[in-house]
Structure formats: C-alpha cells, structure tokens
Design a protein around this ligand. Structure first.
Ligand code: SF4
Ligand code: SF4
Length: 95
C-alpha cells in the first residue's frame, strides 16, 4: 500500500507551545519554532514533509488549533479539525 501523504495546518497565533502534539507525532514531523507568537509562546511548526495525516496531533491539542489534511490524487481533503473535546472520543480514518 502506498504511503499516505498528509499535511497539517497549525493556527500558530492560538498555539500555546505545550508540545503535546510534538510528543504525539509518530513521524517526528513537528518541532518548536525559534520564534514566539503574539502571545509569547514558542509555537509548533511542521519541519518534516513526512506527515501521514494520522490525526494524532489534532487529537491531543487541547486548544484544537491543528487541522489535518490528506492528500488525494486530485486534491487536498480536510479530514480532521477537532475542537472543544471534553471527553474520550474515537476517530476512525479511512485508508
Ligand atoms: S497528522 Fe500525524 S503524522 Fe501528521 S503531524 Fe500530526 S501526528 Fe504527525
Ligand atoms: S498541542 Fe496544540 S497548543 Fe500544544 S503545542 Fe501543539 S498546536 Fe500548540
């Protein structure tokens, strides 16, 4: 099976730099920025082009500031934007 190509967008001005997404990424795609956002936090950036769109980062982000995309042959499809999670949830992503 071909490796799935994913992508994420982080709303950096809302990121608090807690690093939960960085720790949750199995691909080590994420790192701390060297710059701070307007709130003074070292926000997170995607540094590797190896994201699979697994949604781990979006699931753990307490502020729901990560949007996950999966690349298809024709276009980029948004598959997850997870906000205001207050309990356990299960997300199944089709392959
Ligand atoms: S979607 Fe998965 S692979 Fe991509 S940055 Fe988030 S945790 Fe890493
Ligand atoms: S989990 Fe969310 S708030 Fe925390 S560092 Fe990652 S993007 Fe920022």
């Amino acid at each position: 099976m071909a490796k799935v190509k994913g992508d994420i967008v982080i709303d950096i001005e809302k990121c608090k730099g807690c690093e939960l997404c960085m720790d949750a990424c199995p691909q080590d795609s994420l790192e701390r920025s060297k710059q701070v956002n307007k709130k003074g936090y070292l926000y997170i950036v995607k540094v590797e082009d190896n994201c699979t769109g697994c949604t781990n980062c979006a699931l753990v982000c307490p502020d729901g500031v990560i949007t996950v995309y999966r690349q298809t042959a024709k276009n980029k499809e948004q598959i997850a934007k997870i906000t205001n999670v207050t309990g356990d949830i299960t997300v199944t992503v089709k392959e």
